[in-house]
Design a protein around this ligand. Structure first.
Ligand SMILES: Cc1ncc(COP(=O)(O)O)c(C=O)c1O
Length: 425
């Protein structure tokens, strides 16, 4: 497989321009956003859970099945070669999107969750001794906590969590103080799914690397909003999910540093990940095949490639400015509803407003809003330790994407007023 040899991420800003983001045009690319349940517009404010898909992704996936479906890598007939080329082409596209040094550094997984489990089992498990430490933060998603707990329990290692302030900001100095000669890995989210906090990941990478400690960045929430640039950020591992990135479900990505991936053993065995098999002994294929046992999600990878190609048609700087303005507007409107308190008010945030309302359970908020076809999430957001730290059992969370609008924010604010009336507040 050829090296991609890229200099800049695929999804970039047009230099020297301040083009506005044309949200109405973008919305027309997402068929689901045109739904009108009960004759009213659907207001989809749950993009942090999963994003909607542009027609280009739906078409690419359908077209793969209609015109190119065959199993990959082993076929010698042209249809299989075409399917292989599409799958490997998607890998190269994702590598360019993340600005990874080489396409081979990209491993397709099922999801962020599976990518993190791969690193836990294949990278960390063999290196952990009793008393070793794994450092996360208090604001991690369960999928960046539990995989480490599993290997820590088996090896007698300790999971530690760097503190988060009441505003939901990472205490970087405290994190640095928690880096010890026993720390074997630092794992943290670039953007918190529960609060929207953007973490100073570059600083964490530098601090950890100064002590020779590798870093995994959970980019599940960052990839759809920030230009993910592996070469600028410098992590040893980076994980993200296709479905949050306008692509299909069931496809995820792990970037790994080439020398680490080369040295890691496979974590699942099966077809496609071997060089040779006998009953006495098997040998492994080179990276990335070593980590992709069995028939992968070929159509999912093709769909993810199409999602990334779609993003590349939009100006990243314009999207970033648009989302920042929308977040500021949503923050003001939601905070302006009497009885509402924001949870997570970090200085650097991305596209998420988490809140609680006096005397109303978040589930009731979400259920009442659903009567107006407004979709928000309520609960612990797979971040129970963070909820405990902030002293809330659950929050209501509205999350935005590059297709969200001020009208939708207005609908949310009006919906919250209705919640107050219905609940007698
Ligand atoms: C920050 C973060 N990490 C990891 C995950 C897990 O992603 P997935 O369920 O796609 O594996 C999520 C999903 O919400 C997330 O927000």
């Amino acid at each position: 497989m050829p090296a991609t040899d890229v200099a800049a991420p695929l999804w970039a800003s047009a230099p020297g321009t301040r083009l506005p983001h044309d949200v109405e045009r973008v919305r027309r690319d997402f068929p689901l956003l045109g739904l009108r349940p009960d004759g009213r517009p659907l207001v989809y404010l749950d993009s942090a859970a999963t994003s909607q898909k542009p027609q280009a992704v739906i078409d690419a996936t359908a077209e793969f099945y209609a015109t190119a479906n065959a199993n990959i890598h082993r076929g010698v007939y042209r249809l299989s070669e075409r399917a292989t080329a599409l799958y490997e082409g998607a890998r190269a596209t994702v590598a360019r999107f993340l600005n990874a040094p080489r396409a081979e550094d990209i491993i397709f997984t099922r999801s962020t969750t599976e990518a993190i489990n791969l690193v836990a089992q294949s990278f960390l498990r063999p290196r952990l001794a009793p008393g070793d430490e794994i450092l996360v933060t208090e604001m991690e998603h369960h999928s960046n906590i539990v995989p480490w707990q599993l290997v820590a329990a088996e090896r007698g290692a300790v999971l530690r969590a760097a503190p988060v302030s009441d505003r939901g900001e990472l205490d970087l100095a405290a994190l640095e103080r928690m880096l010890t000669e026993r720390t074997r890995l630092v794992a943290l989210a670039q953007v918190s799914n529960a609060l929207g906090t953007v973490n100073p990941v570059r600083e964490v990478v530098l601090a950890a690397h100064r002590r020779g400690i590798p870093v995994l960045v959970d980019g599940a929430q960052a990839a759809p909003h920030l230009v993910a640039d592996i070469q600028a950020l410098g992590p040893d591992f980076f994980a993200c999910s296709g479905h949050k990135l306008f692509g299909p479900t069931g496809i995820g990505v792990l970037y790994g540093r080439a020398d680490l991936l080369d040295a890691m053993p496979p974590w699942q065995g099966g077809g496609d990940m071997i060089a040779s098999v006998s009953f006495e002994r098997s040998t492994w294929a080179a990276v990335p095949a070593k980590f992709e046992a069995g028939t992968p999600n070929i159509a999912g990878a093709v769909g993810l490639g199409a999602a990334v190609d779609y993003l590349a048609t939009l100006d990243a700087g314009a999207v970033r400015r648009y989302e920042a303005e929308l977040l500021a507007y949503a923050t003001e409107r939601v905070a302006g509803v009497p009885g509402v308190r924001l949870v997570g008010t970090a200085a650097e945030k991305a596209s998420i407003v988490s809140f609680v309302m006096d005397g109303v359970h978040p589930h009731d908020i979400a259920t009442i809003l659903d009567a107006d076809s407004i979709c928000i999430r309520a609960g612990h957001h797979c971040a129970q330790p963070l909820m405990a730290r902030l002293g809330v059992g659950a929050t209501a969370r509205a999350s935005f994407a590059l297709y969200s609008t001020r009208d939708e924010v207005d609908a949310l604010a009006a919906g919250l007023e209705r919640v107050r009336r219905v609940m007698g507040r």
